[in-house]
Design a protein around this ligand. Structure first.
Ligand code: GDP
Ligand code: GDP
Length: 455
């Protein structure tokens, strides 16, 4: 089938090892001026590749590729964390917290000449909540006399403080040894999901749904699919596309555009490509087409999007081909096959005519906004209080688990934790999930509820 547009991967190239998993993430946090940037510069000295330079008012979060003793990882440098911060500083503090959420290990830097301040103590509280492995660094320690401020740092309860001088390099090797020991093989918390800058979109879908056509239409030019000459470049290409007055970054589009011969195992590679694009994206557009029934591959790709924890928009393409009869069956099909992702906004489009292409940006905006949503603890508990009063958990074996407290520790996507006196029925948990969706708008984002049982 020569006319199939497929992924960029040349499946005949044996030494190509697809990279799916993102390297683990080390977040560097601490007050302003403690020496975070200096430390990052020292660590990445050998490899200056900036992964993501987030534009904006301040350096919110910047990521770098780093390596120590043969282990690759990503360093996320954050602006300073300040307590009760307002305006720009508040945003910076939020960024630091998000960086911690997405990190596998946290390096918490304090000024070794100053010792722990009230702000540092607040950081410690935040870190405790996050339950991430932390290495505590006392920076600017350059003489024996400076050690006087280091010992009291044990009181922070974060284990042994490492005295270092980011400026001169003293002690940084030991820190990296410790960090590398703590880092998992791959990112466990979504890896790098950059914030700020153009939002990142993964356009995914099985072959022939019209990804390449849609991309061409959105980009505003009927570009020809890149031919075999370009088959030598394996670099995933990101394209910047203006939609709804905003620039969007479509990630890994090379694979979307490349024309390939259908080959054995190609679905496997298509799945790898999809995973890689999802890893890099904040939101996925899962493209389906009306000219064929929902296939197993469609369902698998949708599931990958859901599992990735990214925001999701479902787009139905080739709407120009739809007649009355097919429309009738399609609606039934959608209800049957896509019931589990009914929370995703749906957009009907035609890549051929451009019909409804302006509906995509608002759907993406909605999905991303809800994906980042954080419900304040007070509101969440008020909601649950009312819910439980009206619909108490059924009594099981003479016992009735109670919900003591709920909180949303993280967003992107929203995750909730319920503290309970016993295990909740799966059905009751689904009920809470449904009511959460009805009460707060989570259109376009997966949400997650976990429980901590206190017997
Ligand atoms: P950040 O705001 O935490 O990123 O801090 P910077 O890396 O920008 O450093 C703040 C100031 O502290 C700069 O003037 C650095 O030169 C200085 N500094 C950073 N690390 C050290 C260190 O190890 N020793 C000394 N003496 N100064 C340092
Ligand atoms: P991809 O494999 O997902 O990138 O799909 P393509 O963009 O290569 O499209 C596959 C086939 O569907 C091509 O023959 C396109 O011309 C056709 N196609 C794509 N979008 C539409 C559409 O909106 N309407 C119709 N009628 N055909 C389309």
């Amino acid at each position: 089938d020569e006319d199939t547009y497929l992924l960029e991967t040349d499946v005949e190239d044996e030494d190509f090892i697809p990279e799916v998993a993102a390297p683990p993430v080390l977040a560097i946090i601490g007050r302003p001026n403690v020496g975070k940037s200096t430390l990052v510069n020292r660590i990445i000295r050998a490899r200056q590749a900036v992964v993501e330079d987030v534009p904006g008012v301040t350096r919110d979060r910047v990521s770098y590729e780093a390596e120590w003793n043969g282990k690759d990882f990503t360093i996320v440098d954050t602006g300073g964390w300040e307590q009760d911060a307002k305006g720009i500083h508040k945003r910076v503090a939020e960024q630091a917290e998000i960086a911690v959420d997405e990190a596998d290990v946290v390096a918490f830097v304090v000024d070794g000449l100053v010792g722990a301040t009230a702000v540092d103590e607040a950081v410690v509280k935040m870190l405790r909540r996050k339950r991430k492995p932390v290495v505590l660094l006392a920076n600017k320690v350059e003489t024996e006399a400076h050690m006087a401020e280091v010992y009291p740092l044990w009181n922070l309860g974060l284990g042994e403080p490492y005295p270092i001088s980011a400026l001169h390099g003293n002690g940084t090797g030991d820190v990296l040894d410790a960090v590398v020991k703590l880092l998992p093989e791959t990112a466990q918390h979504g890896g790098m999901i950059p914030i700020g800058g153009p939002r990142r979109v993964a356009l995914i879908g099985r072959p022939n749904v019209g990804k390449s056509s849609l991309l061409n239409k959105l980009a505003g030019s009927e570009r020809v699919v890149v031919d075999d000459v370009a088959g030598t470049t394996r670099d995933p290409v990101d394209e910047y596309i203006e939609l709804g007055g905003e620039t969007w970054r479509f990630v890994d589009t090379a694979g979307v555009r490349r024309r390939q011969h259908m080959a054995q195992g190609s679905e496997y590679y298509a799945m790898l490509r999809t995973q890689r694009a999802l890893d890099k994206a904040e939101v996925a557009v899962a493209l389906l087409a009306v000219d064929e029934p929902t296939s197993e591959q469609d369902v698998r790709i949708l599931q990958m999007a859901v599992d990735s924890g990214r925001a999701l928009v479902i787009a139905y393409n080739k709407w120009d081909l739809l007649d009355e009869e097919r429309r009738y069956y399609l609606e039934r099909e959608i209800n049957r096959d896509l019931g589990h992702v009914s929370w995703a906004p749906r957009v009907n489009v035609s890549a051929r005519t451009g019909w409804h292409k302006d509906k995509l940006a608002p759907a993406l905006d909605t999905a991303l906004e809800n994906w980042s949503q954080r419900i304040p603890t007070g509101r969440l508990n008020a909601f649950l209080g009312e819910l439980v009063a009206a619909h108490p958990h059924p009594v099981r074996g003479g016992k009735q688990p109670r919900i003591l407290f709920a909180t949303q520790p993280s967003s992107r996507p929203p995750k909730f934790v319920l503290f309970t006196t016993g295990f909740l029925d799966p059905g009751y948990r689904r009920f809470i999930m449904r009511r959460l969706r009805e009460t707060f708008d989570f259109t376009g984002t997966p949400i997650d509820i976990s429980m901590r049982v206190r017997e």
